[in-house]
Structures are given as C-alpha cells and as structure tokens.
Design a protein around this ligand. Structure first.
Ligand code: PLP
Length: 380
C-alpha cells in the first residue's frame, strides 16, 4: 500500500517525485525470493530509474546491474555494484563507452551486431584483454505491447537475427579477444501476458539446440526483462506476480547442466513505488470538457506523450462530487496531456494531484524543454 500523506506532501514545492521505499523493499524482497527458488540471477535495468537510494536498495537485495550506456555502467559501479555483476547492452556502444567498460572488466557485453563484435575485439586487443560477450539474439517474438516498446521483432533495430548466426559463429572463431559465454534476449517492455514469455522460452530452447548442434557451450542464458505492472490498479496490485513469472521460465526453459539463467528487470521493480505530485494551476472550460492545468508536464513524465500510456490520476485534496477533466501540463505541445476525460472530484487551483505508477521511465526521462527546472525527488 502506497504511503502518501497529503499534509506532508503539501509542504514541498511542486512538481516533485515521491518514492515509497517501503513498497520498493517489499517488491524487491518478493522478486528476490521468487528468483532464488530456481537460482535465477536478476540484474536491475538502471535505465528505469537510476536514483542513488533506488540503486542502494537494489544492491542491498543482491541484484546485479543491467546497463545500456557507459554512464550507466559508471553509475552502477560508483553506487557499489561489483563490475562482476554488470552487464552492458545497447545497439550503439561508443568506443569510449566500450573502453571504460573494458577497464572495469565488467561481467559481460551483450553484443548486438557483427560489426560491434569486431570493434569490441579490436579495442580489447589494444588493451591486451579478452571481453566476455553474450550474443543478443532477436528471436522474432511478438511482445504484444506498444510498438515503441517492442524490441524482439525482426523489423526492430535490436539484436542479431537468426539468419546471421552462422556467420557470427564463423567470425567469432577468428576473434581472439572476445569470448562467447552466452546468449541474450530482450523482447520488449510492459508485457502483461505471460504467454509471450512462454513463446520466448520456446525460441530460446530452439536456439540452444542450434548451438548444441555446433558443439558450442553456453554458460549463461539471459532472457532480459519486460515484465509489466498494473497501471490501472496500483492500490490493489502494487507488486507484480513474480512467482508466476519466474516459475514459468523454470517450467519452460530447457537448461543444460551448469547453465545460469539471468533476468534484467526494470519497470516491474520500480514503477509502483514512484508517484509524480503536482499542483493544479488553472481550471479552464473547453468545448466538450474542462481542462485541469497542472504545474507538471511531459518534461517531468513523458510516457503519456511518447507511448500513449495510461497513468492513474488522483486528486489528493478534494472530496467533492466527480467532474470530468482533461488533465494537461503547461508545456507548449498538444501531446502534453496526462489523461483525457478523467473523472476527478471537483478540482480547484492549488489541489494536489498524484500521477501514479511513475517510478519507472519517469524521472530518468525528464527533460529541460521550455527551460524547465528539474523536479526534486523525495523518499518516504
Ligand atoms: C530496457 C531494458 C531492460 C528492462 O526492461 P523492463 O521492461 O523495464 O523490465 C532489460 N534489458 C534490456 C537490454 C533493456 O534495454
């Protein structure tokens, strides 16, 4: 249950993010407990939320770090993650980022193209070292999620396609400064239909057969992240069903002796613990609806504008009769809208508005567009 006290919240200048560390701990405990049952390793995807107190909780609960930029690798290490627990993915790693990660001797580079393997090999050779790599394979599995957060289809830019694998293996035999230790998949985000993950398991099993037929041993199988959360019912469903999620992989993944399974969860771990708090600046009557104009906008939370995503919106300070509003921000873009035709208790200037389930891909995506100040974060 989220711990929000309007009297306390009123003391802060809006807009700001509030994070419920109790809910975060409960979520992490649940995820870790369920993963441990099968000896699965979970890496937290830093890109969902890289605030230091969040990273500290991740570390305390024994998660590794999944990074998609050099600065994320740096943030993980500076916040106490061991380089041995850091994996580094991304279609466009720069030389500088690769060199930094090589110097840190991170656990694994998740490589997304032949060209990247060649560059990584060259840079590792210059440092007289060997980089551990997992091939990020595009399994052509439909995540059935918004097209902007689907990553595992052949039309997407991510990963190595199945038909390229043969030539990748030939290439790897020539590259002396990369060592293949596993395969990696990540098919998308906000996946709430578990059969999608079952389909992924089937594909992973097929790829395993393919490698086995070529006598290639894979020590690590990384199935990525993507588990979704309930944006519609944050109160009733604050913690995702990690038991069902991990047990599905345990049931359907066919593993060889000694293989380790890795996961990269972001959203499922942090989305529900964060809320964006805003004040109502103005109420304006439109043709078919009223507008509630907030002091928070797409600069603080871009998900509705970018992915047409739903966030539950609540008025924390009014208990009057319900009225319908389009809840919008102050930014000069028509897409700067948090929700259309939202039923809220009659809302007035100064009321506190909570935009729920904003802990993942919220604060990290903030921008300074319109020269906006950065919203503060508070922890309760
Ligand atoms: C974004 C990302 C994740 C995390 O995705 P969630 O949907 O937040 O769980 C995991 N792995 C990779 C490679 C990613 O890019």
């Amino acid at each position: 249950m989220l711990n929000l006290n309007p009297e306390q919240l009123k003391q802060h200048a809006t807009p700001f993010y509030v994070y419920d560390l109790n809910l975060l701990r409960q979520t992490l405990q649940s995820a870790q407990q369920e993963a441990e049952k099968y000896n699965f390793h979970v890496h937290y995807a830093l890109k969902a939320n890289a605030n230091a107190p969040v990273l500290e909780q991740m570390r305390q609960h024994g998660f590794g770090a999944d990074c998609v930029s050099g600065n994320e690798v740096k943030a993980a290490i500076e916040n106490g993650f061991s380089p041995k627990e850091v994996v580094f993915a991304g279609v466009g790693k720069s030389d500088e980022e690769i060199n930094y990660a090589l110097d840190q001797d991170i656990f694994c580079f998740n490589c997304e193209s032949k060209h990247e393997l060649e560059v990584l090999n060259e840079l590792a050779e210059q440092k007289n070292t060997v980089a551990r790599v997992a091939l990020r394979i595009n399994p052509n599995v439909n995540a059935n999620t918004h097209k902007y957060i689907t990553t595992g289809l052949e039309e997407n830019k991510f990963g190595i396609n199945a038909w390229e694998l043969e030539s990748v293996i030939e290439l790897l035999q020539q590259l002396k400064h990369v060592e293949l230790i596993g395969i990696h998949f990540h098919i998308g985000s906000q996946i709430t239909d578990l059969t999608v993950f079952k389909n992924l398991c089937t594909r992973v099993n097929e790829f395993q057969e393919w490698f086995l037929a070529r006598n290639i041993e894979l020590e690590h199988i990384n199935v990525g992240g993507g588990l979704g959360v309930d944006y519609y019912h944050p109160e009733e469903n604050p913690i995702p069903d990690f038991a069902a999620y991990f047990s599905l992989f345990n049931q359907f993944l066919e593993l060889r002796p000694g293989q380790q399974v890795h996961f990269e969860l972001g959203r499922a771990l942090v989305a529900q613990c964060g809320t964006l708090i805003s004040r109502v600046l103005y109420i304006k009557s439109g043709v078919t609806t009223n507008f509630a104009i907030l002091d928070a906008g797409m600069t603080e939370l871009i998900r509705p504008a970018l992915y047409q995503s739903y966030h539950k919106i609540e008025n924390l300070t009014s208990e009057k009769q319900e009225v319908r509003y389009d809840v919008v921000g102050p930014i000069c873009e028509s897409s700067d809208c948090f929700g259309k035709a939202v039923m809220l208790p009659e809302t007035n200037r100064g009321d506190l508005i909570a935009i729920r389930t904003a802990g993942a891909y919220g604060e990290v995506m903030a921008s300074a567009y319109n020269l906006r100040d950065k919203a503060q974060a508070i922890y309760v």
